[in-house]
Design a protein around this ligand. Structure first.
Ligand SMILES: [Zn+2]
Length: 438
């Protein structure tokens, strides 16, 4: 048994002080406020549960600071994304993902939902192990000290217009499996382990035709199922033109919505879409730093929450890896679009920050007895946080204020240092060679 003592901590019942946290076999076995420090290891500042990054494409980390030339459009971003995707193999992806997940751990992330679609060799032929890329991600997460939900993504078509779906383009060949049956057969070869949940994803209604959706939904039975939804108005326009319904309605019709499903972005929705997502208890996964970087727009987060949709957060393309910034942006973007303050309480923001259940880890994300022993200690005496009261810390702290991260009882970050060493160096070593050969 290991004991920690938190100066203050955000418990399910609210802010508490002098909290003794006892850990055995990776779980909390005691969480008691108003205790003396005694023999326990001291955690200064405010202790939060481990954070959940529910939407990641690990390789997009290589695009940071590379897509703004000429002002940057969605298309300059996508060109860069394809250029990097073309460089990846299981070894280079292992290095890049390990460094990216280590950066997440430094930011307090203990579980990541990886929306994984770079499956095959650049010309589309499978590797000897058809899941070699997914296995690289599994190893990367384990080494970086982050739990992984591998959301293996069905990606069959190159796009959608009024006339229908286009075939995959040359740079998209490695994403595809031919059809949903073959995708499902490959994914069946991925075995969960103590650090890995295997889930599924529909890339989008642009990349998966209606005739294939039910096969994906059936294969995802009992697992987390994620889907990019209505990130840009063009997707809605094409879907309405071809199917005569919105992407949300199309997914509902295919049985794809429900409590195990997360709709990622959910930016451009009708009132009916919001009601459908809410009534089916589909999680809405917001990625505000990506949505603003790509000029997508501001989604109806509060309306979705009011309709019954739980909210989660993701760093998606990793323009920033700072879940606290995502939570703050959720509130601040609402303030800008409604001209009202206080759209979410700190408790609601904390729920979004700790939505591990939406990626299949329902026993994580709370400082309570029986839960997985994940915690994040934030310093309250940094230039950013000095003077903040602890119960407003989510609106002031940044990833740089994370001092200690424990996942399943194991120390991953201590005194702001990741156990793998210099993460900036790991990232440079992984990213620079990709651009030299791109
Ligand atoms: Zn995404």
């Amino acid at each position: 048994m290991t004991a920690y003592w938190a100066e203050s901590a955000l418990l399910p019942t609210g802010l508490a002080t002098g909290v003794r946290l006892e850990i055995a076999e990776g779980r909390f076995v005691a969480v008691e406020p108003d205790q003396p420090q005694g023999d326990a290891h001291r955690l200064d500042g405010v202790v939060l549960p481990g954070l959940a990054n529910c939407h990641s494409h690990a390789f997009h980390r290589a695009l940071r600071g590379r897509t703004h030339h000429g002002g940057g459009t969605f298309w300059t971003w996508r060109e860069g994304m394809y250029a990097i995707a073309a460089q990846l193999d299981p070894d280079t992806y292992l290095s890049l993902a390990r460094a990216t997940y280590a950066e997440m751990a430094l930011a307090g992330v203990t579980s990541v939902g990886e929306f994984h679609y770079v499956h095959h060799q650049p010309d589309g032929r499978p590797y000897d192990d058809p899941n070699a890329m997914g296995e690289a991600l599994r190893q990367a997460a384990a080494e970086a000290g982050v739990r992984l939900t591998l959301l293996d993504t069905c990606y069959l078509a190159g796009g959608l217009s009024a006339e229908g779906h286009q075939p995959l383009g040359p740079e998209q060949q490695r994403f595809g499996d031919g059809d949903a049956e073959q995708w499902a057969a490959r994914v069946a070869g991925l075995v969960p382990d103590a650090n890995t949940v295997v889930g599924a994803a529909i890339h989008s209604i642009r990349a998966v035709p209606r005739s294939q959706l039910t096969t994906v939904v059936a294969a995802a039975e009992g697992k987390p199922l994620h889907v990019h939804l209505s990130e840009q108005p063009a997707e809605n326009d094409a879907c309405l033109a071809h199917y005569g319904m919105t992407p949300t309605a199309l997914l509902a019709d295919a049985g794809a919505l429900g409590p195990r499903t997360s709709a990622v972005h959910a930016t451009h929705l009708t009132g009916d879409d919001i009601a459908r997502l809410g009534s089916t208890r589909t999680t809405a996964c917001f990625c505000p730093t990506t949505e603003r970087d790509l000029a997508d727009g501001i989604g109806p987060a509060r309306a979705l929450s009011d309709a019954g949709a739980p909210l989660s957060l993701g760093s998606d393309q990793h323009a920033v890896i700072d879940l606290l910034e995502e939570a703050r942006a959720l509130e601040m973007h609402e303030r800008l679009s409604t001209r009202e303050r206080g759209r979410f309480t700190q408790a609601q923001l904390l729920d979004a920050l700790t939505a591990h259940g939406s990626i299949g880890w329902s026993d994580a994300g709370r400082l309570e007895v029986g839960a997985r022993a994940d915690l994040v200690a934030l310093q309250t005496n940094s230039p950013r946080t000095a003077g903040s009261v602890p119960d407003q810390i989510v609106l002031t702290a940044s990833a740089g204020d994370v001092r200690t991260v424990i996942r399943d009882g194991e120390i991953v970050v201590q005194d702001g240092q990741h156990r793998l060493g210099d993460v900036g160096r790991l990232l440079s070593d992984a990213i620079d060679p990709l651009w030299r050969s791109a």
